[in-house]
Design a protein around this ligand. Sequence first.
Ligand SMILES: *Cc1c(COP(=O)(O)O)cnc(C)c1O
Length: 244
Amino acid sequence: MAGSDELKRRLDQVRTRMAQAALRAGRDPAAVTLVAVSKTHPPETLEAAYALGLRDFGENRSAELAAKAPALAHLPDLRWHFVGALQTRQSLPVAQQAHTFHAVDRLKIAERLSRQVVAIGRNLPIFLEVNLSGEASKTGFDCTRWEEDGAQRAALLQAAVAIAALPGLHIRGLMTMAPWEVEEAIIRVVFARTRRLAEWLAGAAPQADWSALSMGMTDDFDIAIEEGATHIRVGRALFGPRLV
Ligand SMILES: *Cc1c(COP(=O)(O)O)cnc(C)c1O
């Protein structure tokens, strides 16, 4: 990562893209949280980003979060977002440090995090990750055919109801990843279908909050904002290529 001037230039570009997308959709740009995905980048880079006003940082490896959080503990209003799939046995740093976990993809990981946050007296907002693209590389609850497949809807609803009842966790909404390297129209449909799935859940499981949508990365966050994203997870557009 180049110096702080370069980071400022990139942040300005991202904020401009966010504002333009919000304008096109008639949305308030302030309703979209920019999560700066800082994985692979050293704590000094995050400090520079913090100095530019960023507060929400995303990591996807538990060990990296466990190492970085103490290094940046002097920035008390910094919020850690854990955005990647989480192995059950690596959940403790997320339970201890994360402000929000974006990738609950099975009941078991939610149960474990619930036990861990309750034990230390924390609360953890969560997103349920859904896979609408069908790509095998994507984690998340299988929702590839949710509109026509009642069994798929039932399985998601059953998990959602169980997770909503767990102490210490608070569902905020759904998270999804667009398919790689496909045309814009296909990405847009995945985001729009995710929004409609959240609307369906709001009716089917009203005991939980389904109002937030975590979707959109460097290459597609404009489309995601147009389709209703409340949280975008942006790495390369801010920090440049990943370091490892
Ligand atoms: C790395 C990562 C991102 C950021 O990706 P960029 O393409 O660098 O913006 C977003 N979400 C998840 C889950 C990631 O792992």
